[in-house]
Unconditional design. Structure first.
Ligand SMILES: *Cc1c(COP(=O)(O)O)cnc(C)c1O
Length: 356
């Protein structure tokens, strides 16, 4: 795919950028450029551009605004200790984006083009990749731009990649998470879009997230929609349980859970360290009783944005339960290994790192 490159005429001055990179927060400041690519039924993928980041002009009847045909990805570019810029398993994001597109009845962007677009943005905005513990969060997304209010898959789409320099995802840093178990809401049902990374899943989860916040919690644990019994995941992170015999359990990918790339990487890293990992259903009742008996020594959540976050407490209408002592040595070890591979200080045994 050919992306026509037009550098920003007045990018953020270097001194302002450096100041911003010292403490960028999460998702508030953006790099200078964006990548766009269009799709239409007649022309297929066309009009690839790398240009100044700017608002879209879209018709008020654009189908995304009415029927939510939208998907996205989340990935990061890292600056290694040697100063190289790298992506972590970008082929996995490309493949998941293609699966999300299929599920939302959208055109499938060739995986190589997805990676090319992401790399083009990292290259032009390379000075926005923080050094040290920060990274450049990349947000590829696609939405239906056709102006049509009839209900069917749209015939026009815009694919775009934007980027923002980020520090830690949670304001509390490494403080163990407090999770709210929602009795009222579910995230995904069998046959639904739970395994696709689409904005609609997030829209549906926000009320539960707000409910969690009113109970002083950081995130929501979603249970399965059919029995309201099995632990699935958080609004944007997968879950792991560490037992006191050292074995690890994570819920299986049965179609209602988002197949996290961090999840997959953690499973492989843990097995590489000789730990036993089971993908098996785990119920909320089991979680409660294992936490109380001490059989559960740690629980943690993981995802690209927050990496690995230990869970300290679970709160529900029936009370609060502490999980282990919140320290999470296994989570910490797995996190160090993962970050080490991403930053080039741990050998990349699986070929996960791709230099830009
Ligand atoms: C993105 C996401 C995750 C984490 O996936 P990663 O590939 O590890 O970043 C987990 N759950 C949901 C619902 C998500 O949208």
């Amino acid at each position: 795919m050919n992306f026509a490159v037009t550098p920003h005429a007045s990018p953020v001055p270097a001194d302002v950028r450096s100041k911003t990179l010292e403490d960028p927060g999460f998702g508030r400041v953006f790099s200078d450029h964006m990548v766009t690519l269009r799709w239409s039924k007649e022309r297929g993928w066309h009009d690839g551009k790398v240009a100044a980041r700017q608002p879209f002009a879209i018709d008020p009847a654009s189908s995304v605004l009415h029927y939510a045909q939208e998907i996205f990805e989340g990935m990061k570019a890292y600056r290694t200790a040697k100063g190289e810029l790298v992506l972590f398993r970008p082929d996995m994001n490309a493949a998941r984006f293609a699966r999300s597109a299929e599920r939302l009845a959208m055109p499938v962007l060739p995986e190589a083009t997805f990676v090319e677009a992401v790399e083009a943005l990292v290259r032009i905005d390379k000075d926005w990749v923080p050094s040290g513990a920060g990274s450049l969060y990349l947000r590829p997304f696609m939405f239906a731009s056709e102006a049509f209010l009839g209900v069917r898959p749209a015939l026009e789409y815009i694919f775009c990649v934007i980027a923002c320099p980020v520090g830690p995802y949670f304001k509390g840093g490494d403080k163990p998470l407090k999770l709210w178990v929602s009795d009222n809401y579910t995230r995904a049902a069998p046959g639904g879009t739970g395994a696709a990374k689409c904005g609609g899943n997030y829209a549906a989860s926000l009320i539960a997230q707000a409910e969690a916040a009113t109970h002083g919690c950081d995130q929501v644990v979603f249970l399965d929609a059919a029995e309201h019994r099995w632990v699935e995941e958080l609004g944007g992170m997968n879950l792991f349980f560490v037992m006191n015999d050292g074995s690890i359990v994570t819920p299986p990918l049965t179609g209602t859970i988002l197949p996290g790339i961090t999840r997959d990487s953690i499973i492989q890293i843990a097995r590489g360290l000789g730990l036993q990992v089971k993908e098996a259903p785990y119920s909320m009742d089991q979680w409660r009783s294992d936490a109380q008996s001490g059989k559960l020594s740690e629980a943690f959540a993981c995802g690209t944005a927050a990496v690995v976050a230990s869970i300290g407490e679970i709160v529900s209408s029936s009370g609060t339960i502490r999980v282990g002592n919140g320290a999470g040595p296994v989570a910490q070890k797995l996190k160090e290994q993962l970050i080490g591979v991403q930053r080039g200080s741990v050998a990349d045994a699986h070929g996960w790192v791709r230099r830009v």
